[in-house]
Design a protein around this ligand. Structure first.
Ligand code: DQA
Length: 172
């Protein structure tokens, strides 16, 4: 859903604020909020208690509240599933909605195994930035394989939860 946050006679672009402009039927430029969707894969609902020495002690819900407060001019949404097909359905739904300006995806362990999610990223046009909280390249060998990164616009890896903030910034 697009929320109108102001009416501008001239075209405006305020990337830091997160707004974009769209021409309405009477030729006026409406300043609307961008929609950036975060999609989290398996076990990321356990952040805060799951291996805190790797992923930190903060829950995603707690981090997400702060992120929304930082990006007040952006409609930020978050979705999490432990099920591969549900992640694919959500990516397709967001892409089809026509109102989503970008997706921040942490496919978690599916990053290392899922040809299906890689195929979805190839099939959709919405820009996708991948996030890994931990530096997967300094961990076990099986985490060094990433089957989906080639189909994404970029990857932010090993910077903790702040990777989500940087990914939102990259999509502005
Ligand atoms: C992760 C890294 C993956 O290897 C792991 O399976 C996860 C989280 C990360 O954010 O660091 O669940 O994607």
């Amino acid at each position: 859903m697009i929320k109108t946050v102001g009416l501008f006679i001239f075209r405006c672009k305020i990337p830091e604020f997160g707004a974009k402009s769209e021409k309405n039927l009477s030729g006026m430029y409406l300043c609307v909020m961008k929609h950036i969707a975060i999609v989290n894969g398996p076990n990321l609902n356990l952040l805060g208690t799951r291996e805190p020495e790797i992923y930190g002690g903060q829950s995603f819900d707690d981090y997400f509240q702060g992120l929304q407060a930082r990006w007040l001019g952006v409609t930020l949404t978050a979705f999490q599933s432990n099920v591969e097909g549900e992640i694919i359905n959500e990516l397709q739904r967001l892409a089809k909605s026509g109102t989503c300006d970008g997706i921040v995806l942490n496919a978690a362990a599916y990053s290392h195994t899922s040809i299906a999610i890689a195929d979805t990223l190839k099939a959709i046009e919405t820009p996708v930035i991948l996030v890994h909280i931990s530096n997967v390249f300094s961990r076990e060998t099986e985490r060094k394989t990433d089957l989906i990164v080639a189909s994404a616009r970029g990857l932010i890896c090993g910077l903790g939860l702040s990777g989500y903030d940087l990914a939102v910034r990259a999509l502005m």
